[in-house]
Design a protein around this ligand. Structure first.
Ligand code: FEO
Ligand code: CA
Ligand code: CA
Ligand code: CA
Length: 633
């Protein structure tokens, strides 16, 4: 439903230089402006942002959250088949928080590393070791998703539509349903939901994916860190993800470092909404405590931005892992829905979901994501690849599972899967058993609207090839891969439901002179115009230009994180945008006409975007061409 200059994916702008300035840099003939910074009033009483940190938890629940990440623009008339480029719903994730920026400074204390060097800040605790409940409430509220109704006026200025019923905050405490095969599974029973059908909140929402039916899927990435498990024995569905509480031996003494990322379970009010982050089993059964709370996280969460009263739905058929995001293949009437999702952790995998039910535009909806087959990718050494089903009804997978029973898989003494819900709850373990290819941290994916090829960023993996870790493979060929690469593949017959594919490496990131070689020919050799490291965000615009965002080292020669544009056919790459100091550049989308681009700046660490504000504020940057033309053309 989008239009543009589909004839060309040429890059018509002059590349910008690397930069370490505390400002956004865009090419000559372009302008940029910060928009929707953290704390922007959004709902309810529209509480004003206060630069002294005194906004309350209740106020943060009515303001834009922190650490902007994946973002999508839904044209306001999309449901009616329209294509507005001047009004829409901007929906974005808030991945995590900076407690020093969020809270009153008197409510934070410095954290020191083992060498006595200050390494960040945390919230204060009282003499009993408890945190201030309203600080915890504010932190939970700064996570999640914002739905923002925005409109451009006749002068070209974008603003929030105040009072719009579409404006909405979804937080780490919003009620949600569990959907798909894991719904009702005993290992999701909690005191809050004894029938294992509901949970509260979504956390660490990194990238996202718009669905073909006009909803938004938010990914739950590093959710494991929010939970505390204070015992020596973690169940496999927590241990595989690194939920805290693993003990270690030091001088023969067992140390239990059990604590959660922000100590929310220590809120002084000790209400269930806070203590649920302690997943240590109590003395009763699962119905009496929150031992299974972490099992209600790790999913893709569907949000319908056009139905403000709708309850978010965790779509478990897409698997449970460190979901970076999701990208849908183009839909075809009467054919299954297909989407791809990466698990961003070292040596984890890339997945694909194929629905059981066919897509029909007139009736499509989230139910299509509740039944289907989850596959994991094996990248063969010869440039071919296979999708391996993670389904107990698949004979090949069932045989591998049966053969693995009684063996050790990774660190797990494997005793089988109870049922398909158990497979999905332990998606990573199932993928190990299937024989998938360990990757160098799969981040965002993108599907080329012209060729149908699927691209994924592999951001880096500094452990690749080290002692005790997997060695290189053809798809991840660099030992101690600090700078990352972008892989792509074509499904057999350009059919996204196929179980075979052909892959190649689109580009290796790195310093000047880093080469990408195809058939003994150097196709790309990076220059001052396009050196980059740690590709993360990835998006094809509606004309087929590929946008690459970075979250990597900001040391020389790279300087601040950036966004580049690429021509997928020629592999020409040019730096288009550089962010302010300390940030990562993550999340990009445009209006359907590709004349207004929205780019998110996450965790800036200087006084950006307002030099007079003592606090850094994550924000969306609006980029336009001064002559009103198509961005990138
Ligand atoms: Fe949240 Fe994998 O970046
Ligand atoms: Ca991030
Ligand atoms: Ca990311
Ligand atoms: Ca990253």
């Amino acid at each position: 439903t989008t239009t543009g200059n589909v004839a060309s994916t040429d890059l018509g702008f002059k590349a910008v230089a690397t930069s370490n300035a505390n400002e956004v840099v865009v090419p000559e003939g372009y302008s940029s402006q910060a928009f929707l910074p953290w704390g922007t009033p959004l709902t309810g009483s529209y509480p004003e942002y206060k630069a002294d940190g005194t906004n309350t938890g209740a106020e943060q629940e009515q303001q834009v959250g922190m650490h902007h990440d994946g973002v999508h623009f839904f044209p306001i008339d999309q449901k009616a088949g329209g294509n507005s480029s001047s009004e829409g719903l901007l929906v974005m994730n808030h991945e995590y928080i900076n407690q020093r920026a969020l809270l009153k400074h008197t409510n934070t204390i410095p954290v020191f590393d083992e060498n006595g060097k200050q390494n960040g800040w945390t919230g204060v605790k009282d003499l009993n070791g408890k945190r201030i409940s309203d600080d915890v409430r504010k932190e939970i509220a700064a996570h999640g998703v914002s739905v923002v109704h925005i409109k451009r006026d006749s002068e070209g200025t974008w603003d929030v539509v105040f009072g719009s019923p579409f404006n909405r905050r979804i937080t780490g405490n919003t009620e949600m349903d569990i959907r798909g095969p894991v719904r009702g599974y005993s290992k999701l029973i909690t005191k809050y939901s004894p029938d294992a059908t509901e949970t509260r909140g979504t956390l660490n929402n990194c990238a996202m994916g718009p669905t073909p039916w006009g909803t938004y899927l938010a990914a739950e990435e590093n959710w494991h860190g929010y939970f505390k498990h204070d015992s020596l024995e973690l169940p496999r569905e927590q241990a595989r993800h690194g939920v805290s509480g693993q003990s270690y031996e030091d001088d023969g003494i067992t140390i239990k470092p059990a604590s959660s990322r922000y100590d929310w379970e220590l809120a002084d009010s000790q209400e269930d909404q806070y203590i649920r982050f302690d997943v240590t089993p109590g003395t009763g059964t699962a119905k009496d405590d929150y031992r299974n709370e972490a099992n209600t996280y790790g999913y893709m969460v569907e949000i319908d931005p056009f139905t403000p009263e709708s309850k978010p739905q965790k779509r478990t058929a897409l698997g449970r892992f460190g979901h970076e995001g999701v990208i849908f293949a183009p839909v075809k009437e009467g054919q299954p829905v297909v989407c791809y999702s990466g698990d961003d952790s070292r040596f984890e995998y890339i997945y694909k979901f194929v629905s059981s039910k066919p897509y029909y535009a007139a009736t499509a909806g989230g139910y299509l994501l509740d039944e289907g087959t989850l596959y994991v990718a094996r990248f063969n050494e010869d440039g071919t690849g296979d999708w391996l089903a993670l389904d107990l009804d698949n004979a090949e997978f069932k045989a591998k599972v049966d053969a693995a029973v009684g063996t050790t898989v990774g660190d797990v003494a494997f005793d089988g899967f109870e049922n398909q819900a158990d497979v999905l709850l332990n998606t990573r373990l199932a993928a190990d058993i299937a024989g998938a290819t360990t990757m160098d941290r799969p981040e965002w994916g993108a599907v080329d609207p012209n060729s149908g090829q699927v691209y994924f960023t592999l951001t880096n993996n500094s452990n690749r090839g080290k002692d005790g870790y997997d060695g290189v493979n053809a798809a991840n060929p660099n030992e101690i891969n600090r700078t990352g690469h972008i892989i792509r593949w074509s499904e057999e017959g350009n059919d996204h439901t196929a179980t075979g594919f052909e892959w190649d490496i689109f580009v290796f990131a790195g310093e000047q002179g880093t080469e990408t070689v195809v058939d003994d020919q150097v196709i790309v050799s990076l220059t001052d115009d396009n050196i980059f490291n740690s590709p993360d965000g990835l998006w094809f615009d509606y004309n087929g230009r590929l946008w690459i965002q970075t979250d990597g080292s900001d040391a020389a020669p790279y300087q601040n994180n950036m966004m580049l544009a690429a021509n997928p056919e020629t592999r020409e790459i040019k730096r288009f945008f550089v962010g302010p100091v300390g940030c990562e550049v993550t999340g990009v989308v445009s209006t359907p006409d590709v004349k207004t681009m929205f780019v998110n700046i996450q965790h800036p660490d200087g006084n950006w975007p307002d030099a007079t504000d003592p606090r850094p504020r994550d924000a969306t940057v609006i980029v336009t061409r001064d002559d009103g033309g198509v961005v990138g053309a």
